[in-house]
Design a protein around this ligand. Structure first.
Ligand code: ATP
Length: 641
């Protein structure tokens, strides 16, 4: 497959229809709306006190350094003027303390140097401090969002990504920017004050002449931010393709299906298209600054010429001309850095706007103000429960059922029937869009929404279909933050079958697993045993098993099921499975289809009904019958016995 290069993108687009579709999507111009000043000021008024409160000592010291740094240019320029005037006086036979002036100049330079070093150190401390604070507050907020919508809904992805990326540097950058702004303002005011000696109107002309340039530069920064925001989706897609080409979890398919040329092509195509759009806009913006730059230059040159002309007529001293030269350069630089800081500050404030919006986000799963304690019995009742991840697209419809505590229930049904979703509602990862879920025995049944959610979840152990693979030690993976109990841990490790892999691990349970940090990699089945041990270690009254043995070999599956059967005794157990052989451990079987509960009964009852379950059972058992018959060893199988 030819590689797309800047020269042959059309060919690449032809070969890569998806990339071409993407191209159409990114061609929309970025948002160049004016800066919402009032909104950002409100964000600033919230961010500023928060930053000062979080590190008052460091921020005040940084402020002090900045004021000193802001005043040093004006001091240096004035000292320069006095020195030149002093030299002129001495040359004309007059008197001047040049040594003192030289010492003062050296002292000013030393102060500037020392404050620069101190500022660097303080910024280092501030980075560490703010990073911990911001990341912790994001994590705390995540904890306060007990639902899954914030991580499962693609609309949230970009924001969470932007927040995560900025948490390490935006708070410090905002502080540094505000201080830089302060330094710029102090510096410009100081130097402008020195220019009054040429004429009261001089600072005014300088500032007015340079304002258009400042405005244009602000617009440039604004464009930068809108590019950052609008790139997030594209940037994630680009990063994803990059990850697919490099990470081990994709490596087998990438190699077998020779995906690298396709991936590289996709990447280059997307990157080039985006670059092309942005380059045009950037050129337009940058060239748009030119007239303002010329105006600033004209003002500077005009004032310089004015000062030289007046010096020629003996109205100004040579030192004053030196002062004007230095001051004009300084004001220009100062205003440049003010606009730069204003622009950067706007970007940081936009990040803070998202940060505060996230901190203020109301959880989709609202926690009760006065949570009710857990009922004595943990019967589960669903009353006409419906749910959809998106509006108008129901995934569960009118599900009603009652599960007395201690019952072992299997949930079966075709892919996408809503089995896992039902479990997510029971765990309150989402709330039903209609109907309600009750927990409790007769006379004490409480709406799940009113229960203490932490206490409720503490009663549940689960092995999810896509369980988490924490790249920590085996021990940490089983304990999951709970206090260690040696006997219980040994029991969970033994029963789950995890014990079998320990002799091969140098550090036993303390072995780190997963590739991210150079740990030992486990097979799919071994990971699943680990997830089982995790559930076994948790002393829960409700057990949820969502395809818990999908990756296990037949022997391990039998062993783990025996463990589950023992564990399930006396506990409410919900077993989601496609392996119908395993549902025989259940007291009752629920059959779901297209979001509805269509059958409910024991294995024999459902077979006798001759409905969906009987059909599924016949199909699955038939596979074994035919397989065995083909091998000529099967004697007689009566389906359903
Ligand atoms: N986070 C989500 N956002 C949007 N739709 C989802 C989400 N999770 C599941 N769905 C959709 O909800 C439907 C039911 O999914 P669910 O995972 O509950 O089915 P299931 O019966 O457990 O399927 P399987 O047997 O394949 O595991 C599917 O159409 C699925 O695409």
């Amino acid at each position: 497959m030819p590689q797309p290069t800047p020269g042959n993108e059309p060919a690449a687009a032809r070969l890569l229809p998806q990339a071409a579709a993407y191209t159409r999507r990114v061609r929309k111009p970025p948002n160049t709306d004016p800066v919402p000043t009032r909104e950002l000021l409100a964000v600033l008024m919230r961010a500023l006190p928060a930053l000062v409160r979080s590190a008052p000592g460091i921020v005040s010291l940084m402020g002090l350094m900045v004021v000193v740094q802001g005043l040093t240019p004006a001091a240096t320029i004035l000292l320069g003027k006095w020195t030149v005037d002093g030299i002129t006086r001495v040359a004309a036979g007059g008197e001047a303390n040049l040594t003192l002036l030289a010492l003062a100049w050296a002292g000013t330079a030393l102060v500037a140097q020392l404050t620069a070093v101190a500022s660097t150190l303080l910024q280092g401390y501030a980075t560490d401090h703010f990073t911990v604070q911001t990341v912790t507050s994001l994590m705390r907020k995540m904890q306060a969002l007990p639902g899954l919508d914030v991580v499962e809904d693609p609309r949230f992805h970009d924001d969470v990504e932007t927040l995560q990326m900025g948490a390490r540097n935006r708070p410090l950058n905002l502080t540094a920017t505000l201080l830089g702004l302060l330094r710029g303002v102090v510096g410009v005011l100081g130097v402008a004050g020195a220019l009054v000696s040429v004429g009261w109107w001089v600072p005014l002309v300088v500032v007015l002449g340079m304002l258009p340039l400042a405005r244009k530069q602000m617009q440039l920064y604004e464009l930068g931010w809108s590019m950052t925001i609008q790139r997030t989706q594209e940037a994630r897609e680009l990063a994803y393709d990059q990850r697919v080409s490099m990470r081990h979890e994709y490596a087998k398919e990438v190699r077998l299906y020779d995906l690298m040329p396709y991936l590289t092509g996709r990447y280059v195509q997307k990157a080039l298209d985006y670059q092309r759009v942005m380059r045009g806009l950037r050129n337009k913006q940058v060239l748009g600054v030119l007239p303002a730059q010329l105006l600033a230059l004209a003002v500077t040159a005009g004032l310089f010429a004015h000062a030289v002309a007046r010096a020629g007529q003996g109205e100004l001293t040579a030192g004053t001309v030196v002062l004007v030269t230095g001051a004009l350069a300084q004001v220009r630089e100062g205003l440049g850095s003010i606009t730069e800081f204003l622009g950067m500050g706007t970007q940081h404030l936009r990040w803070f706007q998202k940060y505060f919006a996230f901190l203020d986000a109301r959880p989709n799963v609202a926690l009760p103000e006065a949570p009710r304690p857990l009922p004595k019995r943990l019967d589960l009742t669903l009353e006409d429960v419906s749910f959809g991840y998106a509006e108008g697209k129901p995934v569960l419809e009118g599900v009603s059922l009652h599960i007395p505590e201690g019952q072992v229930v299997a949930i079966v049904g075709e892919n996408g029937a809503g089995k896992t979703t039902l479990v997510k509602l029971l765990l309150r990862f989402y709330d039903p869009t209609a109907g309600r879920i009750l927990v409790g025995g007769p006379g004490e049944a409480t709406d799940l929404r009113d229960l203490d959610l932490t206490a409720w979840r503490a009663q549940i152990a689960a092995v999810f279909q896509d369980f988490a693979r924490f790249e920590w030690t085996l021990r940490e993976n089983v304990l999951l933050g709970r206090p260690e109990d040696d006997a219980k841990l040994a029991q969970a490790v033994r029963t789950s079958g995890l014990e079998g892999i320990l002799p091969r691990l140098e550090d036993g349970l303390n072995t780190r697993i997963g590739q991210a940090f150079g740990g030992v990699d486990l097979s799919g089945g071994q990971w699943q045993k680990l997830a089982t041990a995790r559930a076994l270690y948790r002393d829960a009254r409700v057990l949820i098993l969502d395809e818990p043995t999908a990756a296990l070999d037949p022997r391990s599956e039998t062993e783990v099921f025996a463990a589950f059967a023992a564990l399930a005794r006396g506990r409410t157990t919900l077993l989601i499975t496609h392996r119908l052989g395993s549902v025989l451990m259940a007291d009752r079987i629920l059959v779901m289809k297209s979001g509805r509960l269509i059958e409910d009964g024991t294995h024999l009852e459902l077979l006798a009904q001759g409905g969906e379950y009987a059909e599924l059972w016949r199909l699955q058992a038939g596979q074994y019958v035919e397989g065995e018959a083909a091998c000529g060893t099967w004697e007689a199988v009566e389906v359903g016995q």
